[in-house]
Design a protein around this ligand. Structure first.
Ligand code: SF4
Length: 983
């Protein structure tokens, strides 16, 4: 089954300079591929670092009429352009995009082999179902009919919440949007996706600090950083091409690279300063840095005065974190942290980068806020070279989050309040009462009926509990009885032993994916289990959002292979089966069964005002892809050409309508630019005053603002009060009146409204309603347009806040993990009390009160490998990648290994305190410190020592199988977002 590889890739000593090998000469495709697979972290080319790699000149694999098609790699959030060579409808070759400002002709091993992902022999080729324990081929019609009938029956007996629609970071933006809309039409908020378990704590923490929960700058902007601080991230393996941007700053600016991680990663190998700290002690580490910063007066006092609220409360908490206490909790000597703090203070602006090492903890939201506060104290926000560059994971996890494939929001982070539903009902031109009727109601503990429509659903991290928890303990009418895994690898989630039980208890299990995934084989189900073949993103087209918020347009490379179908067609099939297709697609052209992708973009353009997904029309997005070469590789701004002045991919917010031609916002919260050119202050999101203190900015505003101070978010009333409402066009005013309910007839964009355009005076009962229409609900975009014309940000101008009074820990504090082996710290830094939230009971103290440290003294952490992605089903099915990494393994420190008698290369059992255990190969290495073990999370197909290969449908088993680290990983969830605790 496995092929011989070139000598032990995983253990080969690291080469320190791929640069030196590839900068001497141009490389052909074969050398390029080889280099990309074997280079440090898979970094393949170095154009941005000053190398001399030139475009491969090797002849294409075939002569004749070869079409070049641009798509975007599907394996991480960097967004590298893939140029596919297609002949006669067959994908025959590929090159990295040389014009793309993101990858500049580079690919990592995964990107360089995506053709195999689409053409993969081991894909799921046709719909299948299990009958008496055997896989049988069925037709799409039979599949949709049988699944649909069972779902409708469950809906009748248990309500719509008993069907869980688990979506994907692999959807395009259009598919993600449609998926959330689909769940709304089905009548449930039990819809979520992988972002829950990768960056939900980032989104919550960052959005609650300064407005938006996303990367503030970009990979390219790191070129301008004077210092780079990476904590809990390993981009050399997880985001390989991003490293060329990091290394450019390191080499060109002499920017010190500081890497904080419990494990000496391939990224750490590039660091000027490596800080090894105890897993789960991030807050203590950051407060340890701030202790030195405050002690020495290195903070940016003017920035804090004018743009930050609550830093004094942080000072009070930080005062407790003396160097001795920090060393006790983190293991890092005070002298090292003083040196790091001094380096950050002396090299501004610096950027802070984090990934899942910081997010996946029971207090993950505290970690993400602590990182933000570090940047606020240093005055590193809102400036090129600074910011929080939060590297997202999957190719469209940012977009799927923005488009609301989440249990707690509608598209655009609109939440689940009545006002949010009313907004989207208007966008969809749907009868709000009909939508309400799709959802269940439930009697609350107070005896009053609660509309499930307004309650957060069960997050993906807890779907198991939706099935297994006693019904009376759930805050929904009945248990989860049907699960749809649509582009989701279950082995990326913890508690896999319980997951197996949950899968077996379900009435119905449906997998929609290009590959069968571990969902097909983990359990011992014999019937009512379906596999539906989805197409890859190379077999369809649409937009995708990179980590930096830039939106790119993929072209279709080939038609769907085998009997696979793109996600949006499958959604249309289900909508038809359930009888709401006509309503759901009333403003979307449907050709045969395929909804027109551009119409989907246009529909979300009409509703996503909150985050500025409104200006990026399909036409503008396609124009950017065609003119990639015109964009600056550092600023991302087009220099001449058709996109002149735009930022590449119009990173959101791209305000107003497409006709407004807003360029996008490359670096968030940058007041040195007018809002019309991408500048922004911090968002006014939490009111204007707190405990008598002003939450709005003081004396800080964007260039050209006519309000030269802080101001709240814009409403129609504010325009009236400022006398700016006269700038509204007649259409804009009529639309505002329509949104307020003053007129029934929805105005058409180009209608000559003549006399009707005259405003008020409105009857008193309407004056408030019209005044209350705001920049988020105005469907015309007029309020945004007028605010920006006066130099103001539609969302207001406030201070960032260091204290989130609505969170369990308003000031971020250190809390020991649930299964901590440092029992001496539990009394000082206990976890939370047990509580029920997101519909499920959640344990904290009831676990931590038990001492597991004697039997389980080693901390298990997990992470990525360069060769694989996510649950790994696609990449482990790809022969190019499978050859490079054939064995699941555990890294263990030599001292621990010697103490427990483990030899390098031996098979060992790794067991967690909840009883899950995995049989893997030992890699004895000082990469991990004493007391810490590491396993990659991409493997699946083995379970507690058993090889499950025979359970896959014939020919659809991945080449490489292995144990899932998550079989041994344990319970534990973030106190705000239900992020799992795997680090
Ligand atoms: Fe680029 Fe990421 Fe794809 Fe590698 S996996 S080619 S870094 S997008």
């Amino acid at each position: 089954m496995l092929r011989k590889k070139t000598n032990g890739v995983a253990r080969r000593p690291q080469r320190t300079s791929i640069l030196s090998e590839v900068t001497n000469a141009s490389v052909d495709r074969r050398a390029f591929l080889r280099g990309s697979g074997l280079a440090i972290g898979g970094l393949a080319a170095v154009a941005a670092t000053g190398g001399t790699v030139t475009q491969a000149t090797a002849a294409t694999a075939a002569s004749g009429d070869v079409k070049r098609v641009k798509s975007v790699c599907t394996h991480c959030s960097v967004g590298c352009t893939v140029e596919a060579e297609v002949q006669g409808g067959v994908w025959i070759g590929q090159e990295p995009g040389w014009d793309s400002p993101f990858n500049l002709g580079a690919h990592c091993a995964k990107g360089a082999s995506v053709r195999e992902h689409a053409h993969g022999e081991r894909r799921l080729k046709y719909p299948m179902k299990k009958v008496g324990g055997e896989w049988q081929r069925i037709s799409w019609e039979q599949a949709i009919d049988e699944i649909g009938d069972q779902m409708l029956s469950i809906r009748d007996s248990s309500g719509p919440d008993s069907v869980y629609w688990l979506g994907s970071a692999k959807h395009s933006n259009e598919q993600a949007y449609l998926f959330r809309k689909f769940a709304a039409y089905w009548g449930t908020n039990n819809v979520d996706h992988q972002a829950r378990i990768c960056h939900s704590t980032t989104v919550a923490g960052v959005a609650n600090t300064w407005g938006y929960g996303a990367m503030t700058n970009s990979y390219n902007d790191i070129h301008k950083s004077r210092a780079i601080f990476i904590i809990g991230g390993n981009p050399a393996e997880a985001h390989p091409v991003s490293l060329q941007h990091v290394l450019k700053a390191k080499e060109q600016n002499n920017a010190p690279l500081i890497v904080c991680d419990p494990r000496f990663t391939r990224t750490a190998a590039h660091a000027d300063e490596y800080v090894r700290f105890r897993p789960g002690s991030d807050v203590a580490l950051v407060w340890g840095l701030l202790w030195h910063i405050f002690e020495n007066g290195w903070e940016d006092r003017e920035f804090i005065r004018s743009r930050v609220w609550g830093m004094d409360e942080i000072r009070t908490e930080v005062a407790n974190w003396t160097p001795d206490e920090v060393e006790r909790v983190t293991g890092v000597p005070g002298s090292q942290l003083e040196r790091v703090a001094r380096t950050l203070a002396n090299n501004r602006p610096g950027t802070v980068i984090w990934c899942m090492g910081g997010t996946q903890h029971t207090n993950g939201n505290n970690n993400t806020r602590a990182y933000c506060i570090l940047q606020l104290a240093l005055g590193n926000m809102g400036t090129a070279g600074g910011g929080t560059n939060i590297f997202r994971g999957h190719d469209n996890v940012q977009g799927a989050t923005d488009l609301g494939v989440l249990a707690d929001t509608l598209p655009g982070y609109y939440g689940l309040t009545a006002g949010s539903w009313a907004h989207w009902a208007r966008v969809w031109e749907e009868d709000l009462d009909w939508l309400k009727g799709r959802f269940a109601t439930m009697q609350g503990k107070d005896g009053k009926d609660k509309a499930m429509m307004n309650l957060t659903g069960i997050p993906v991290s807890r779907w198991i509990d939706g099935v297994l928890e006693a019904k009376e303990n759930l805050e929904q009418p009945d248990n989860t009885r049907a699960m749809v895994f649509w582009g989701h690898a279950p082995n990326s989630q913890t508690r896999m032993k319980e997951m197996k039980t949950a899968m077996e208890k379900l009435d119905l299990l449906v997998v929609v994916d290009p590959y069968p995934t571990v969902s097909a084989i983990l359990h011992d189900r014999t019937d009512n289990t379906y596999l539906l073949p989805a197409s890859t993103q190379f077999e369809t087209y649409g937009s995708v959002t990179a980590s930096n918020r830039s939106i790119q347009w993929r072209e279709k490379v080939v038609d769907p292979l085998f009997e696979s179908l793109p996600d949006h067609i499958i959604m249309h099939k289900f909508a038809t089966k359930f009888g709401f297709a006509d309503r759901m697609f009333r403003n979307i052209e449907v050709n045969g069964e395929e909804p027109l992708v551009e119409d989907l973009t246009r529909e979300f353009n009409r509703g996503m005002w909150t985050v500025g997904y409104t200006g990026q029309s399909p036409e503008r997005l396609k124009m950017h892809m065609e003119n990639q070469h015109t964009f600056d590789r550092t600023t991302l701004r087009a220099n001449g050409g058709p996109a002149d002045g735009d930022y590449y991919g119009m990173p959101w917010p791209c305000w107003g309508t497409p006709e407004m031609n807003h360029p996008g916002s490359a670096n968030l919260y940058d007041t040195s630019l007018p809002v019309a050119k991408g500048g922004l202050p911090f968002r006014a999101r939490y009111g204007v005053e707190r405990n008598g203190e002003n939450l709005l900015a003081e004396g800080s505003y964007t260039v050209g603002s006519e309000i030269e101070d802080g101001y709240p978010e814009f409403t129609m009333q504010m325009l009236i009060d400022l006398g700016w409402d006269s700038d509204l066009t007649p259409y804009e005013r009529r639309m505002i009146e329509y949104v307020a309910g003053y007129i029934d007839q929805r105005p058409e964009t180009n209608t000559d409204l003549g006399e009707q355009s005259q405003s008020g005076p409105y009857p008193s009962d309407f004056a408030d309603k019209i005044g209350g229409v705001n920049w988020k609900t105005d469907l015309s975009g007029g309020i945004q347009r007028v605010a920006i014309a006066h130099g103001c940000a539609p969302y207001g101008n406030a201070k960032a806040r260091c204290v989130v009074w609505t969170f369990p820990d308003p000031v971020p504090v250190h809390r020991e993990p649930l299964y901590t082996n440092r029992r001496d710290l539990v009394e000082d830094y206990p976890t939370y009390e047990d509580k029920t939230f997101w519909r499920v009971p959640t344990m904290y103290a009831s676990i931590q009160k038990n001492d597991f440290s004697k039997d389980y003294p080693i901390i298990l952490t997990s992470g990525r490998l360069v060769e694989y992605e996510g649950g790994g089903d696609e990449t482990r099915s790809n022969p190019w990648l499978a050859e490079l990494q054939q064995n699941m393994f555990v890294e263990i420190n030599p001292r621990d290994a010697n103490n427990i008698g483990v030899r390098d290369g031996a098979d060992v059992w790794v067991e967690g305190p909840e009883g899950g255990k995995v049989k893997v190969m030992a890699m004895v290495t000082p990469r991990v410190g004493e007391g810490v073990a590491f396993m990659p999370f991409h493997f699946g197909g083995h379970f507690e020592g058993e090889d499950l290969r025979s359970k896959y449908p014939d020919g659809a088993d991945p080449i490489v199988l292995g144990e899932s680290t998550n079989t041994a990983q344990t319970y534990g969830y973030d106190s705000v977002t239900q992020m799992q605790e795997t680090k």
